[in-house]
Design a binder for this molecule. Sequence first.
Ligand code: NAD
Length: 366
Amino acid sequence: MSTHKIAVLAGDGIGPEVMKEARKVLDAIASKFQVSFEFDEQLVGGAGIDGAGKALPEATLKACEAADAILFGSVGGPKWENLPPNEQPERGALLPLRKHFGLFANLRPSVCFPSLTHASPVKNELIEGGFNVLCVRELTGGMYFGEPKFLGEKDGERTAIDTMIYRESEIERIAHVAFLAAQGRDKRVTSIDKANVLQNGILWRETVEKVAKGYPDVTLDHLYVDNAAMQLIRRPNDFDVVLAENLFGDILSDEMAMIAGSLGMLASASLGASKDGGLYFGMYEPSGGSAPDIAGQGIANPIAQILSTAMLLRYSLGLEEAATCIDDAVKAVIDEGLRTGDLFTGEEGTTKMNTTEMGDAIVAKI
Ligand code: NAD
């Protein structure tokens, strides 16, 4: 039986509450699929600051280095908001982790199940049958990291400079992630750029087209980013995988999350070094934060954390069947009308449940 090492960083707020449910799900997967998981639980974020003096303690980083993948909860909360910015939970833990492991690919599936379309702010007839788009965003290049950066006096007035820079190899590796992901979905990639204005856009488009030749089963089309922002609202269900550089992906992935509607359902993956067989080292976490407003009440929706776990199995461990089993179990409980408070509207045929009950219901389906 194969053993997979997972570093478990539950963090703050609702993090530990939803992580408990994700662990139960992994235990159920282990017995169903004859695999074994070795969990190394470590402090991170505010819990790291309180317990070990910093947001990303040495022991936590070591555990992550020794693991096949990182399962991350969420960090932050009012208690730590007055610390110097670089010592705060998010900046002190998330950014260093991304940097240390070179997590260059951010995958955010925005999924809205057919029975939850009322939670979406877009016209429901546009997402009849649900919404399911995967945003693949480049995470370590582009304008956010390009040098030089400058804010100061120049030619007698305040001036700001940010540099957008991409190397061909950076575009190639993120494009491969998008095409591989599309092969496991509806086999369509929409690549986003601004090739009509930016040199970066021209290189982006040419490079993505070159990579596409290696994936003849996947259809590729291109959209300028401004048009993409409109088309996502106008015809959301025409998209399968959306591939974008860092800044454009940051904005569009939030737009897609909004179309899906409910933060408690949205998982994410940040992938780093590639391993054999199209697998990656990665960090998996809910798209939302630590939700201090509901922390400690046992009412958070554990589904985002549980779906992050499915992504971990899929992208870092190659356990596709087990990952699909989790996705299906989540879909089944939603179809049965089971809802945590964030999704519950009192609609006929639905039942309100707490975090533990939702976790148990998903485990029962597995
Ligand atoms: P948030 O995502 O924590 O919460 C926004 C709203 O969504 C809240 O009303 C919350 O109750 C709700 N929500 C989020 N996840 C939910 C879930 N699983 N079930 C039910 N409801 C859920 O964003 P925020 O309030 O802006 O930030 C709170 C803290 O989280 C801050 O300290 C912020 O810095 C941190 N944060 C951390 C991460 C991360 O760890 N990756 C990401 C975003 C924000």
